[in-house]
Design a protein around this ligand. Structure first.
Ligand code: FAD
Ligand code: NAP
Length: 339
């Protein structure tokens, strides 16, 4: 028995919104055996098990009557290498951004556009994290997950994961799979994605004509830190809403009324709307009620100025959803996982 189960633990430090709720039981898993022990503890006590990583994609609206298991397993290794690249495996509890930097320092390209995303390796497949035109699925090799129903390990290939826009089989089957380690297929020769947002422009401003993956990573870190609130100083969970996909006809209709609407045509004929633009047009940017607010620089980000509760943040999110539906006929879907 190595699992240290504590009772009545504050989760304020374990969610980047900084919301104060308490967990009835709390433990950290450093090994696969810890995870197995947590599964049998929760079964033995007839308790749900709630798995967390860095808590950067959570909105906690109530005390958690469960065993909260924080994934704290560490370690990375190259499992295969040839002249073209390598497969790198990382344990679920590895912090994401330091892992990205480690691969770049090894001369491996692929994760640079996903720099500076908070959270852990194990949570990254949950919503197929994405930024600056790259998604986890683009560099994913496979992962090992534990089936919470029977404790058995299963390997998932790319096809098994059903990755979509901020979506995966793990998100679709909540409480079924506990991700233990993830493998990435990275390359020694860089094929860079610079055509998204201000990345190329930032590199040009710095006089970098032939960027390396590390240059791209640094540029993205700089852009992100100028635009996004740092959870260490202002509680948030990144983008609070997904960018909605609408049929081309609906986009044309919205554009006739709001010519400035921002939309990105997708391969399937739909158009991705910038949810942040809709929220800003509706006048929510910089809105604050009590300690719950909409960030002044990025209207897709809800923020906790200090003492906001999860319920207050949720109520604000629901007001925004109703308003956007009424004004534009567009339903916004929340991105963070609600408890
Ligand atoms: P948590 O919030 O702890 O958990 C998220 C979900 O995953 C929960 O449902 C949890 O139960 C589940 N989970 C966690 N670990 C495991 C595991 N090992 N096995 C099974 N289930 C698990 N996201 C993006 O996609 N792109 C971005 O650019 C981005 N930028 C962000 C910027 C900021 C400032 C912030 C605060 C967030 C941002 N996010 C972004 C959201 C978030 O960082 C990511 O979704 C991240 O992958 C969440 O990791 P986490 O470890 O914090 O997960
Ligand atoms: P941005 O560059 O201001 O762009 C606004 C929105 O337009 C983004 O949400 C993005 O959609 C979309 N977009 C921009 N250029 C695009 C292009 N060339 N093709 C298709 N869609 C395009 O966004 P930002 O807020 O500064 O964020 C930059 C990147 O980091 C984005 O990819 C964003 O998703 C990611 N990010 C995610 C989170 C999160 O919590 N999920 C938080 C911060 C940043 P996409 O979001 O679909 O890329």
């Amino acid at each position: 028995m190595t699992l240290n189960v504590q009772t009545n633990v504050s989760l304020k430090a374990y969610n980047t919104f900084g919301v104060e709720v308490r967990a009835r039981y709390f433990a950290e898993a450093f090994t696969d055996d810890d995870v197995r022990e947590a599964l049998s503890y929760s079964a033995g006590h007839d308790l749900p098990l709630m798995v967390i990583g860095g808590g950067s994609n959570l909105l906690l609206t109530q005390d958690v009557d469960a065993l909260v298991l924080r994934m704290a397993s560490r370690g990375t290794r190259i499992t295969h290498e040839d002249c073209g690249g390598a497969i790198v495996e990382a344990e679920a509890g590895e912090p994401w951004h330091p892992f990205v930097l480690e691969t770049l320092a090894q001369g491996l390209a692929g994760l640079e556009n996903l720099s500076f995303i908070p959270g852990t390796v194990g949570a990254a497949p949950m919503q197929n994290i994405g930024a600056y035109g790259v998604e986890l699925k683009d560099v994913f090799h496979s992962l090992i997950a534990m089936d919470r129903h029977n404790g058995e390990l299963r390997e998932f290939t790319l096809a098994d994961c059903a990755f979509g826009y901020r979506d995966s089989v793990f998100k679709q089957q909540p409480n079924r799979w506990l991700i233990l380690r993830v493998r990435f297929k990275l390359s020694f020769s860089a094929s860079l994605h610079l055509d998204y947002g201000p990345v190329r422009q930032r590199l040009e401003e710095q006089g970098i004509k032939e960027p390396s993956p590390m240059h791209v990573s640094r540029a993205i870190c700089a852009i992100r830190s100028e635009k996004l609130p740092d959870p260490a100083t202002l509680g948030n969970a990144g983008s609070f809403f997904k960018n909605p996909l609408v049929p081309a006809e609906q986009f044309a209709f919205i554009k006739s009324a709001w010519p400035g609407v921002v939309g990105y045509p997708q391969a399937d004929g739909q158009v991705k709307l910038a949810a942040g633009w809709l929220i800003e047009q509706a006048g929510w940017k910089g809105f604050r009620e009590g300690d719950a607010g909409v960030h002044a620089l990025q209207s897709l980000v809800l923020v906790n100025y200090g003492q906001a509760s999860g319920k207050q943040l949720l109520a604000l999110a629901q007001r925004i959803q109703s308003d956007i539906l009424e004004r534009f006929g567009v339903a916004l879907e929340m991105e963070p996982n609600l408890y």
